[in-house]
Design a protein around this ligand. Structure first.
Ligand SMILES: NC(=O)c1ccc[n+]([C@@H]2O[C@H](COP(=O)([O-])OP(=O)(O)OC[C@H]3O[C@@H](n4cnc5c(N)ncnc54)[C@H](O)[C@@H]3O)[C@@H](O)[C@H]2O)c1
Length: 277
């Protein structure tokens, strides 16, 4: 199959690596906002075509060969950066996302897979949280824009008749061909793993009560590669940040999370194994 990955960052690069390994034709496109082109050299050597493209603008020739699947993983994904640069965040995640949906529809691509987030549910959750759970209040533009993105792409999918897979990802952890050094681009599992390895403090805002869904990058990439139209959560486990810290410190795990992100997929990786707890 011919796959176009828009956003050759942490998740896009791992998806590209997996797809190449399965014999797919892979184009990785990015505007190099958070990723350096040279980080893709290994995947280019393995057969990926690496292109420069900005989703705020025309995608040019990227859709002319009509890929079988387009993965939309290009985004300004960082909460701190969304506070420092709200305009860029909106231009990419709002206008850019809608424009990709429109271009995919006009090109007759059969399937668009969108990298959304479990954050769309907001806070104060209980019980099983799944795609039928309503959207909740948001506290930053990087995550608020996921709700707009899901809805704008659904409008384009209905208008043009393409399949839309909305994949609401938990915090992704584990090694990828593209990893970011900037503190604001690192997520909690890998951040705690690195800090615990050198004996640094693990900062717990609000006592670590925040609850997150987590998924290893290998599981996330495999699930994205096999995505079908519909909306699903992509999270192997639901845990509090305090639990992640306990695993990283190899301590006894404290109080469990008050709710669970429901997900229909099978998962091969667990945080406890990754953090050695
Ligand atoms: N990593 C996670 O834990 C996680 C969790 C939930 C959701 N997500 C979502 O999954 C998607 C991919 O996340 P990631 O971790 O790979 O992030 P990432 O920052 O590593 O990758 C995003 C890529 O998009 C590129 N980009 C930014 N603006 C662009 C533009 N205007 N045009 C083209 N490319 C642009 C960046 O340079 C970067 O390479 C994002 O939408 C993110 O919100 C990620």
């Amino acid at each position: 199959m011919r796959l176009l990955v828009l956003g050759a960052g942490y998740i896009g690069a791992k998806l590209g690596e997996l797809a190449l390994g399965q014999g797919h034709e892979v184009v990785l496109a990015d505007n190099w906002f958070a990723t350096e082109r040279s980080q893709l050299d290994g995947l280019a050597a393995a057969g990926a075509r690496v292109e420069t493209a900005d989703i705020r603008e025309d995608l040019g020739g990227l859709l002319t060969g009509r890929p079988d699947v387009v993965y939309l993983l290009a985004a300004q994904a960082s909460r701190p950066l969304s506070e420092r640069d709200p305009d860029y965040t909106e231009q990419t995640n709002v206008t850019g996302t809608r424009r990709v949906g429109s271009a995919v529809g006009q090109a007759g691509v059969p399937l668009l897979v969108f990298g959304s987030s479990l954050h769309v549910y907001g806070g104060g959750l209980t019980g099983d949280v799944g795609p039928e759970t309503p959207y909740g209040p948001q506290s930053d533009l990087a995550h608020l824009s996921k709700i707009y993105g899901e809805q704008a792409l659904a409008i384009e999918a209905a208008r043009h008749g393409f399949g839309l897979a909305v994949m609401r990802l938990g915090i992704v952890y584990g090694p990828s061909p593209v990893e970011h050094d900037a503190a604001e681009s690192q997520t909690v599992v890998d951040k705690f793993r690195r800090r615990a390895a050198v004996g640094d403090e693990l900062p717990l805002d609000d006592g670590g009560r925040a609850t997150i869904g987590v998924v290893h990058i290998e599981d996330a990439a495999r699930i994205l590669l096999e995505a079908k139209p519909g909306t699903e959560n992509v999270a192997a486990e639901t845990m509090t940040v305090a639990e992640v810290a306990a695993f990283a410190r190899r301590e006894k795990v404290c109080e469990p999370a008050a709710f669970t992100f429901a997900s229909p997929f099978s998962y091969r990786h667990r945080v406890a194994d990754y953090l050695g707890g």
